[in-house]
Design a protein around this ligand. Structure first.
Ligand code: PGA
Length: 256
C-alpha cells in the first residue's frame, strides 16, 4: 500500500494477572520471572493490577518483559471516580493497554461503543492496544460465533484508519474457554483466527490483515500452547491463570 508504513506482525505472549497479587506477591512473581530465560522470539508482556504498575515498571525497566495495563478510561481526566487515564498509565511507564476483556464487558458494562472511545483515546496517546473479543458459549452452540466476533471487531475498530492497526493487537478469547479449563481446539482457534484475518483483509486489504497480530486466549497452558501457537494465524496468547506462575508462563512463552 503506497505511503503506508507497515510493521510486520509479531509473536506476543501476554500475561493478564487480573485482580491477583498484592505488592509483595507482585514482587515475588517479578523476581521469579526474572530468573527465567526467554528462548523464543515472542514479545513478552505482563499486566499487573493498577496499584502495582509503578513497582512492576521499575523492577522490569531493563528487562525485555513489557509491563502493560488491564484497562483504562477514555477521558483525559476529570470527574470519573475510580478511573485511570492514558496519561496516568504513561506517567508510570506503561505504553500498552488491554481493552475489551470479556470480564470487563460482562461485569463492568463495557460496550462496543465505550470500547471504540477507549481505543481512540489509547491511540491518540500513542499507546498500543490489545483488543479482546470473543463469543459466548450460546453463540457457538447456535453457530453464530463468526457474526458475533465480526460485529465486536467492526463496531469498536473499523472507524480507524489502516495506519492505526500498527498499534492494535487482536486477542480472540472465546468466553467459554476463559478460566474454565476448556480450550478451543487448535483447529477451532485457527478457523476463527483465519476468519478474523479475512474480515480485516476485506475492510483494509491483505497487508493490514497480514501484519496484525492475532492472539488466542482462554485456558492456554504449557501443555496446549505449542499446538495452538503452531497454527498459521495464531500469533501468540493472552494468558490468565497460567501467567500467575513464572514457570508455567515461561513454558508458554517458550512454546514458540
Ligand atoms: P485464562 O484467562 O488463561 O485463565 O483462561 C485468559 C484471559 O482471560 O485472558
Amino acid at each position: 500500500m503506497e505511503g503506508y508504513d507497515l510493521i510486520m506482525r509479531k509473536q506476543i505472549v501476554a500475561g493478564n494477572w487480573k485482580m491477583n497479587n498484592d505488592l509483595s506477591q507482585t514482587q515475588s512473581l517479578i523476581e521469579a520471572l526474572q530468573s527465567q530465560e526467554i528462548t523464543s522470539k515472542a514479545e513478552v508482556m505482563v499486566a499487573p493490577t493498577f496499584t502495582n504498575l509503578l513497582q512492576a515498571c521499575e523492577a522490569l525497566k531493563s528487562s525485555p518483559i513489557e509491563v502493560i495495563a488491564q484497562n483504562m478510561h477514555f477521558a483525559e481526566n476529570g470527574a470519573y471516580t475510580g478511573e485511570i487515564s492514558a496519561d496516568m498509565l504513561k506517567s508510570v511507564g506503561v505504553k500498552t493497554v488491554i481493552l475489551g476483556h470479556s470480564e470487563r464487558r460482562a461485569y463492568f458494562n463495557e460496550t462496543d461503543e465505550s470500547l471504540a472511545k477507549k481505543v481512540d483515546a489509547a491511540l491518540a496517546n500513542d499507546m498500543r492496544v490489545i483488543f479482546c473479543f470473543g463469543e459466548e458459549l450460546a453463540d457457538r452452540k447456535s453457530g453464530n460465533e463468526e457474526s458475533v466476533v465480526e460485529n465486536q471487531i467492526k463496531n469498536a475498530l473499523f472507524h480507524l484508519e489502516a495506519q492505526a492497526f500498527n498499534n492494535i493487537v487482536l486477542a480472540y478469547e472465546p468466553v467459554w474457554a476463559i478460566g474454565t479449563g476448556e480450550t478451543a481446539s487448535p483447529e477451532q482457534a485457527q478457523d476463527m483466527h483465519a476468519f478474523i484475518r479475512q474480515t480485516l483483509a476485506d475492510a483494509y486489504g491483505n497487508e493490514v490483515a497480514n501484519n496484525t497480530s492475532i492472539l488466542y486466549g482462554g485456558s492456554c497452558k504449557p501443555n496446549n500452547a505449542q499446538e495452538i501457537f503452531s497454527k498459521p494465524d495464531v500469533d501468540g496468547g493472552l494468558i490468565g491463570g497460567a501467567s500467575l506462575k513464572a514457570e508455567d508462563f515461561f513454558a508458554i512463552v517458550n512454546a514458540f
